[in-house]
Structure formats: structure tokens, C-alpha cells
Design a protein around this ligand. Structure first.
Ligand SMILES: [Zn+2]
Length: 247
């Protein structure tokens, strides 16, 4: 979280830890490339696009309005303080909605694929709308990778991280030719004839990178029976939001 937003409220988190909670589906050996986005949560190299959770659009609209209203408030004034608290609560809500969506996404990836190829750092496209991107990146890309890595460890899938300087968006996934791709350009059209959604093209490139690296088979897992720990946490915390973590 950014800074220390002010707010109040209580929340309780139930944490259930199980060692062997996630299992790969049988024959989960295929590789997939995943491109994370702002407008779409994720695009797979298979062409599938995973939409953002529905409430997110509404919350982001609210965020824009609150940001504007904050900028109109007098510095040092009481109303500005109030607006700031509202804003930090909203950031927290967005974070929770997004984190929940990421859990569903990473669980699916870790259980259904043998290799998941992702980019090292998601900064491209993140700077167009500072507030929007901050709200998303706060809870977004680092969290995505963290979840993916620990879940893939459970299922035995491999996370293949593509170098951050690899031009996944600027290269044709069909023939490898490079071209400039301004952020506004949503479709990649190549002289070779390939016309493809920008994010899909990027995901395909990540997938290809994983394939061209050594082929790694899913290691056989001897699934240990994990202890189930039930932890009840009650703590003073910013924001009024239940943090429900689903694996
Ligand atoms: Zn091409």
C-alpha cells in the first residue's frame, strides 16, 4: 500500500493454510503466455481474454471523480483531509477487488498449465493515466507474480519470466519482425499478413519465448498432507473492507 492512508474500521481475516490445496489437472503440460493489462485483466496466448471484475469499472470511475474533487480542495483544509481518507479507502477496495480476481486467475494458470510465461515487469502502458495505473499497479503486477509463483510451486508448474527488455508488444508473433507500437494502437498489423490484437500478440511472444527455452516437464509431486491452520486475526486497520482470500 502506498504511504499510510488514514481510515478506521475493523476487519477480520480468516486464513486457512493447507499445503496441498492446489493440484494440477491431469495432463496440465501445455505452456501459456500471459499478458496483463489495464482494460483487460489478462490475455492468454490462446487468444482468451480474462475480463476485469465487474465492480472494478465502477470503482475506477469513482476514483477519477474523487481525484478531481481532491485537487479542488484547499490545501491544509478539513475537507481535503476528508477527501484523502475517502480516497485511501477507495484504493483499498480496488486493491481487494483486484487481488481477488488475481487469485482466480493465478489458480487457474497454476492448475491448468505446465508452464506459464509472464513478463518481468509490467510498466508498458501503465503511465497513461497516473491515478488509474497507480490504483491498478498498487495491487496488480507484483501481486500477480507473487501468487503465481507460490501456486505454481504447489502444482509443479513452471513460471517462465521473460526479460523485461524483451519487446513482446513490438514484435510480430508470426514472423518476428519488429515495429513501433504506440500505446494507442490496439491491433498489431504486420507486413507478413498477420493482424492480431495487441495483447494477444504480446502473449504469443511470451509463450514462444517459453517454448524456445529448454523444455521442462512438470516434476512429479509427492503431495504431502498439509496441516490446516486456522488463524483469526483481528486488528485495527485502514479501510472498511473484508479481505477474503480465496485460493
Ligand atoms: Zn509478421
Amino acid at each position: 500500500m502506498h504511504g499510510k492512508p488514514k481510515g478506521d474500521g475493523w476487519y477480520a481475516a480468516l486464513v486457512v493454510e493447507t499445503e496441498d490445496r492446489l493440484h494440477a489437472v491431469p495432463d496440465a503440460t501445455e505452456a501459456v503466455g500471459v499478458d496483463l493489462g489495464v482494460k483487460t485483466l489478462a490475455t492468454f496466448s490462446t487468444g482468451e481474454a480474462v475480463a476485469n471484475p465487474k465492480p472494478l469499472g465502477r470503482l475506477l470511475g469513482k476514483l477519477r471523480r474523487l481525484n478531481r474533487s481532491l485537487s479542488r480542495k484547499r490545501k491544509g483544509g478539513k475537507n481535503r483531509e476528508k477527501a484523502k481518507i475517502k480516497l485511501s479507502r477507495l484504493h483499498l477496495r480496488i486493491r481487494n477487488v483486484r487481488t481477488d480476481a488475481l487469485h482466480k486467475l493465478t489458480t487457474r494458470l497454476a492448475t491448468q498449465y505446465g508452464t506459464v510465461a509472464i513478463e518481468d515487469l509490467y510498466v508498458a502502458g501503465m503511465l497513461q493515466n497516473r491515478h488509474l495505473s497507480r490504483a491498478l499497479s498498487d495491487c496488480g503486477f507484483g501481486e500477480f507474480r507473487r501468487q503465481l509463483e507460490y501456486k505454481c510451486e504447489m502444482t509443479g508448474a513452471r513460471v517462465f519470466v521473460v526479460d523485461r527488455f524483451y519487446p513482446s508488444s513490438k514484435m510480430c508473433s508470426g514472423c518476428g519482425t519488429g515495429q513501433e507500437m504506440p500505446l494507442s494502437q490496439r491491433t498489431f498489423s504486420c507486413a507478413c499478413g498477420l493482424v492480431i490484437d495487441r495483447d494477444h500478440n504480446a502473449a504469443m511472444n511470451l509463450w514462444r519465448q517459453a517454448l524456445s527455452s529448454q523444455s521442462v516437464e512438470r516434476p512429479a509431486l509427492t503431495a504431502p498432507r498439509g496441516d490446516v491452520k486456522l488463524v483469526l486475526v483481528k486488528q485495527k486497520r485502514v479501510g472498511l473492507y473484508r479481505n477474503v482470500q480465496t485460493l
